[in-house]
Design a protein around this ligand. Structure first.
Ligand code: ADP
Ligand code: MG
Length: 890
């Protein structure tokens, strides 16, 4: 014990027991934070700090009422604190003591209002294998998986990205300075928590997993032999149990997914494709945000999960497609289904809350109403000609519908229609639910009736007009008589209070009734609470049924959402094939088409045309075109329709994307090292069934380095990996590869130039582009005309010089290619920084006259600047600086 005694001493003592950052300790009707914790919490949450004297010292204290702890907990956890909660209990000698009952962290926060899944992930390393377990305490979901092999760490990161855990438990074999953890810390917002090594011990872990999911489960899902996976699962279970969240009962099912079932999406790809959030970390503008029309939070989670885990099995995908097709044709039934689902509560979360004992009567009423939606949805589907034979009928019948109906009506009968938010004050259970309660309620109501009738009786008896009977917390029941009539009051009236216009009295009869009412009330509250807790336990025992029903409704919501989006945006059902084909007619980018007059484009890849080099001016639409290809493939493997007039999609085993480091640097994220690591990962992981998107790869280094790497990577992807590939590049030199590699073809995004004006056509055409349009960008940005004109002169001159050099000094037409394909070497070409070609020309004089000497500096800078090598943001600010200088001097 510390020096401080009393309540603060108890607080500090408990604080020593826990590793949590903060402790909330129950003191009567409040949870209090003391000492440093009080200061921290007050600063974070804008609470008032008061002083608490304890044994001669004074301590800061901040508190929140018991009923309001939840939002405060959520806010503290959100800000990265781990909060222990100590509850008060009565000791044998009638005093009070406290013990820590829960430790709340991002992964064990049950009381979230956020609809997203909240996974805790455990990682166990075992030789070259990693076991992973993911648990969501808010829904009871539990997944395990194992990654092995050469790029196990890459796959591990992909899995972690897919589940986007809010908390990560590294097992004891991972050292805290492991670069993997460093990477996780950098790239996710997850809290890293060290849980006891003991929890991950093989024997203990296995035992715990068997206890939780049944002895045969490990065998039946095929992970019994996977030691690391079992240890990870045991570790998470132990952590959830220790946290005191009390939700183990809702973790009913161990799910596993072999990586063979899903499209591999590495971590970078998930981010690049902006599946659930944009590169800037915003939800708005992500693919999910764009196509999500779900009406329930569970449906939203299901849709997000589909996007993060596209599937490879054609059968499963075609089932989803049929459902989407049927729903998009049955407009009326679709809208009715949406309306019906709109009222659904989150059954998975209700199951967890029932298990943890935190569900109130409103939750159980919501459960009853939502469970009843399942048979209603089944009827609705059966009544629609188009939907009756669709896979929807089967999806909705997966849960045990009879039991669902029974539970729904049991709850409906037992819980009153509009229950209050607290379970301690009665009025939550229907009297007809229990004979004792019914009798009790009858007596209670008789007593209340008697009170109701009392004023009339007394008025008549004593001929008093202004007489009423009321109740408040200080006086209990009383009779109130207006001042003008107090002389009519009989002796048996005992005066208890004088008010301005009236007097208050009690009579023995009333006092007696009051005692009876209080007794009945207390018994009724207790009994209702008991009955309610019974019901809640029964619901918790059927957690799995609630989860099944919830998942069926969520699946229908997600499918309805896909259909809704398809209809509203004129999407089409893609044909899924096993071959290595991707044939898209009039395809669009699903997100960009929402905000732009989008120019549709075709795309064709097949066994003879496996690799496309995409060229075109800056800003012409290269990146958009390639992402569009990836997203159409991904959506097809979600079971969704796609933004195109028609599409044939060969199923892929993985989608890999990489954006050149410079484009990423502009967003302050990546380095050339990372770019190369990820390129390496792609070259290792992709197969001939994969889709690879390379956007300006090689950009993060000097030009010749970059070209060489891009060149070699292209050859490797073409000859060895044979993956379907799209490669956008500003290295014009690469376009010659099409002449040398069979299955490489060039396409370019067209732009029109006439009268020095460039118009982006956004149309993709066969063949390479002829050049880039850097000066045009300067023009667009508003660089003064004389400077733009002058830079055209300079560019022509530089081209000539370069051509002369390349051709050994004998003049001639400008040339573009400086890379010699036959020898694989660069020949002759000078570096791009040819310096300003000073000009004693007329234009030069006119310039100097207009802008003074600044013009030369600006021109020097302009000609030295490599447009393709400079991130757009820097380009813009550079141009802005020039403008300012020229403005100043003119
Ligand atoms: P690049 O990669 O060639 O520099 P982006 O793909 O980044 O070009 O596209 C530049 C801009 O053009 C983006 O703002 C995008 O919205 C728009 N864009 C691209 N493709 C199309 C299209 N097919 N139709 C309409 N707008 C497009
Ligand atoms: Mg681009």
């Amino acid at each position: 014990m510390t020096e401080a005694g009393g309540i603060v001493g108890e607080f500090l003592g408990l604080k020593e027991e826990t590793e949590a950052d903060l402790l909330a300790m129950q003191c009567g009707d409040f949870y209090e934070f003391f000492s440093d914790d009080a200061e921290t919490v007050a600063a974070e949450l804008d609470l008032k700090v008061s002083q608490k004297s304890s044994h001669g010292s004074s301590y800061p204290m901040a508190g929140v009422p018991i009923d309001e702890l939840t939002p405060y907990l959520a806010a503290l956890v959100e800000r990265g604190y781990k909060v222990a909660v100590a509850d008060q209990y009565e000791t044998d000698d009638g005093g009070h003591a406290r013990e820590i009952t829960r430790v709340v962290t991002p992964g064990t926060l049950l009381e979230t209002t956020d609809a997203d899944a909240r996974y805790i992930a455990a990682i166990v390393e075992d030789g070259d294998a990693y076991g992973l377990a993911f648990a969501d305490v808010t829904t009871g979901r539990f997944h395990v998986t194992e990654v092995v092999g050469e790029d196990a760490r890459g796959h591990l990161l992909s899995e972690l990205y897919r589940f986007a855990p809010v908390e990560i438990l590294p097992g004891p074999d991972l050292r805290t300075d492991d670069p993997l953890l460093e990477r996780l810390r950098e790239r996710t917002d997850a809290m890293l928590t060290l849980h006891t090594a003991e929890a991950f011990a093989p024997g203990k872990a296995r035992h715990r997993v068997r206890d939780q999911f049944g002895t045969e489960t490990l065998e039946s899902v095929g992970v019994a032999e996977k030691a690391a996976t079992v240890r990870a699962a045991g570790g998470v279970l132990s952590y959830v149990e220790d946290s005191g969240a009390g939700v183990l009962a809702s973790m009913t099912r161990l799910q596993t997914h072999g990586s063979g079932n899903h499209v591999e999406l590495d971590a970078t790809t998930q981010r690049n494709l902006e599946l659930t959030e944009t590169m800037q970390g915003e939800k708005t503008g992500s693919l999910f945000d764009t196509i999500d029309h779900t009406v329930t939070s569970a449906g939203g989670r299901r849709l997000a999960e589909w996007l993060q885990r596209p599937r490879r099995s054609r059968g499963e995908l075609e089932r989803r497609q049929s459902a989407v097709a049927a729903l998009s044709e049955a407009a009326m039934a679709r809208e009715e289904l949406r309306d019906l689902l709109d009222g659904a509560s989150d059954l998975e979360r209700l199951a967890s809350r029932a298990a943890s004992g935190s569900a109130d009567a409103r939750s159980l009423r919501a459960a009853a109403e939502t469970l009843a939606l399942l048979p209603a949805a089944i009827d609705l589907v059966a009544d629609s000609d188009r939907l009756a034979d669709s896979p929807l009928a089967e999806i909705l019948r997966r849960p045990d519908v009879d039991t669902v109906e029974d539970l729904a009506s049991e709850l409906d009968d037992a819980i009153v229609d509009d229950p209050p938010g607290t379970i301690t004050k009665g009025n939550i259970v229907e009297p007809s639910h229990d004979a004792d309660l019914e009798a009790l309620v009858e007596n209670h109501e008789d007593a209340l009736d008697w009170i109701d009738r009392l004023p009339e009786r007394e008025k008549r008896k004593y001929d008093i007009t202004h007489l009423s009977v009321d109740r408040n917390t200080t006086d209990g029941y009383y009779i109130q008589v207006g001042k003008s009539e107090t002389e009519k009051v009989p002796d048996e009236y005992e005066q208890i209070k004088t008010l301005k216009n009236s007097e208050r009295y009690v009579i023995p009869e009333l006092e007696e009734r009051e005692r009876e009412i209080l007794r009945l009330e207390e018994r009724r509250h207790d009994l209702e609470r008991e009955l309610f807790e019974d019901l809640r336990d029964r619901v918790a025992a059927r957690a799995e049924l609630l989860q099944d029903a919830g998942r069926a409704l969520a699946t229908v919501d997600a499918l309805t959402s896909l259909a809704t989006h398809a209809v509203r945006n004129d999407w089409t059902r893609p044909e899924l094939v096993e071959g290595r084909e991707l044939d898209v007619r009039a395809g669009r980018h699903p997100v960009v088409e929402q905000t732009t007059e989008f120019v549709p484009n075709d795309l064709r890849l097949d066994t003879d045309r496996q690799f496309l080099i995409v060229t075109g001016p800056n800003m012409s639409g290269k990146s958009t075109y390639m992402r569009q290809a990836a997203l159409i493939t991904l959506l097809a493997q979600v079971g969704s329709f796609v933004p195109a007039r028609s599409a044939t999609v060969g199923l892929v085993d993985g989608i890999y994307t990489r954006v050149g480091a410079l484009d990423e640097l502009a967003q302050g994220r990546s380095t050339f090292m990372v770019e190369m690591q990820e390129l390496s990962n792609i070259l290792h992981s992709a197969t001939e069934d994969s889709l690879v998107i390379l956007d300006e790869v090689g950009r993060g280094t000097a030009t010749y380095d970059g070209i060489s790497i891009a060149w070699a990577a292209t050859e490797y992807l073409h000859n060895q990996v044979r993956a379907k590939t799209l490669f956008a590049t500003h290295y014009h030199e690469l376009t010659t590869l099409a002449d040398h590699l069979d299955r490489v073809a060039n396409v370019h995004v067209a732009a029109d130039e006439s009268d020095g004006e460039v118009t982006f056509l956004r149309t993709v055409r066969e063949g390479p582009t002829d050049r880039s349009y850097g000066i045009h960008v300067a023009d667009l940005a508003g660089v003064p005309d004389p400077v733009v004109d002058r830079s055209r002169d300079v560019l022509d001159k530089l081209r000539e010089e370069k051509a002369i050099e390349a051709k050994g000094g004998d003049g001639g037409d400008p040339v573009q290619a400086v890379f010699d394909v036959e020898s694989g070497e660069f020949r002759g070409a000078a570096t791009a920084d040819g310096g300003a070609a000073g000009g004693e020309t007329e234009a030069g004089d006119a310039l100097r006259e207009r802008f003074g000497d600044d013009a030369e500096d600006v021109l020097d800078a302009l000609t030295a600047l490599d447009v393709t090598e400079t991130p757009p943001v820097e380009l813009l600010s550079e141009v802005q600086r020039w403008q300012e200088r020229l403005d100043d001097s003119s």
